[in-house]
Design a binder for this molecule. Structure first.
Ligand SMILES: *Cc1c(COP(=O)(O)O)cnc(C)c1O
Length: 377
């Protein structure tokens, strides 16, 4: 059997282990310490944002973002429907109600027209949404200008879920720096990783101060443990921040390599008429976290190809299943247009790890070609 090709495995840059040794030498084995500070500085510089809180996960960052924006039980929060469940789960943690908005076909992200329709409809029902969680799927920027205009028109704050989009830009500016709050993830499968981790960023210093306070059990200034609010244990470990500092040093290389892998697949597969890629519109720069294709054919063709790849020991998956057809979101309010369901039915994520070799890339391309040829027979 050929060696396993994973979808998006961790890829260390080389300095991480040395920095972790440094942590052990200094005994800062705690959710506080010099590497946490350093990692936050590096993230602030890279993304050109003023303030950063390093947290234990991207999910924790979304949870705190919604608390900071004042989401209360019974409130409604808009979220992209075409995303990973972690984008919207924190809405339920707060006893709030998700309003799921479908995608447009240009970028696969939240459809601005449908967003406007959703806001107006919820306002007519006497439930003005409290916040918008805007997701950048697979690293592709959304129609940000249009969405921010609508959010401003109705005065609703925006949380950017840039968990998959670290290093992507829109009109030259890093994703995560457009909204009221931006969120990143450093989970094991993301473009860089701390094994598990996340960050909350904002131009509003008081939001990030609040995130640091809430993520460290909401301790009031006092010698004894004094609390006037419910807190969380959501701060990033200094051990993991050391890994993060090593990873930040190679982030631009990782973005370049993911884009190169995307170009490779495009070159080798675009001669097959059934296969389409998501183009990058003008002013859009995607980190191409995962290369995704859609395949024309009978329903279930994507599952068949994934199965074929699996047989070759290659990990591939359908695109995210839209939240509005997930059992766990069946109570949510939905504004759909069929776009994300179509993508789920015909889309595939291809192995896109930055440590992939040419030989491995060739194996994937060959397996896809074989899957499509055998289908015709
Ligand atoms: C990974 C991911 C998250 C969650 O991040 P974690 O660090 O794994 O908690 C949230 N949203 C999207 C779109 C993601 O891909």
């Amino acid at each position: 059997m050929n060696e396993k090709i994973w979808l998006s495995p961790p890829h260390m840059g080389g300095k991480e282990e040395k920095y972790v040794e440094d942590v052990f030498a200094s005994n800062w084995i705690a959710p506080i310490g010099p590497y946490v500070d350093q990692f936050e500085k590096m993230l602030a510089n890279y993304n050109e944002v003023q303030h950063v809180a390093a947290l234990s996960s991207g999910t924790a960052a979304i949870h705190l973002a919604l608390i900071i924006l004042g989401v209360q039980p019974g409130d409604e929060v808009i979220c992209s429907s075409f995303t990973f469940a972690a984008s919207a789960n924190p809405i339920y943690y707060l006893g709030a109600h998700p309003v799921l908005v479908d995608s447009e076909p240009e970028t696969w992200n939240m459809d601005p027209e449908l967003l406007k329709k959703a806001i107006e409809s919820r306002i007519r029902s006497g439930q003005k949404p409290k916040a918008i969680v805007l997701v950048y799927l697979y690293g592709m920027p959304a129609m940000i200008d249009e969405i921010l205009d609508i959010a401003r028109e109705y005065n609703i704050p925006v949380v950017e879920d840039a968990a998959e989009a670290l290093g992507s830009t829109y009109k030259g500016r890093k994703l995560g720096s457009f909204g009221d709050i931006g969120v990143y993830s450093f989970n094991g499968n993301k473009i860089i990783t701390t094994s598990g981790g996340g960050a909350l960023v904002s131009e509003h210093g008081e939001y990030v101060e609040k995130a640091k306070y809430l993520s460290t059990q909401a301790r009031d200034p006092a010698l004894h443990y004094q609390h006037s609010q419910i807190g969380y244990n959501y701060r990033l470990s200094n051990v993991l921040a050391a890994i993060g500092c090593g990873q930040m040093e190679v982030l631009d290389d990782r973005v370049a390599r993911r884009r190169e892998i995307h170009r490779y697949y495009q070159e080798k597969l675009s001669s097959i008429q059934q296969i389409q890629f998501l183009p990058e519109p003008k002013d859009y720069f995607s980190n191409r976290w995962l290369t995704c294709i859609t395949v024309q054919g009978n329903e279930g063709i994507n599952l068949k190809i994934c199965q074929n790849l699996q047989n070759e020991n290659i990990e591939a998956r359908p695109l995210w299943k839209p939240l509005h057809i997930q059992p766990s979101f069946k109570q949510a309010t939905v504004f759909s247009n069929g776009v994300s369901e179509q993508l789920f039915d015909y889309g595939i994520c291809l192995p896109s790890g930055t440590a992939m070799t040419e030989v491995q890339l060739e194996r994937v391309v060959k397996a896809i070609r074989n899957a499509l040829c055998s289908k015709r027979k």
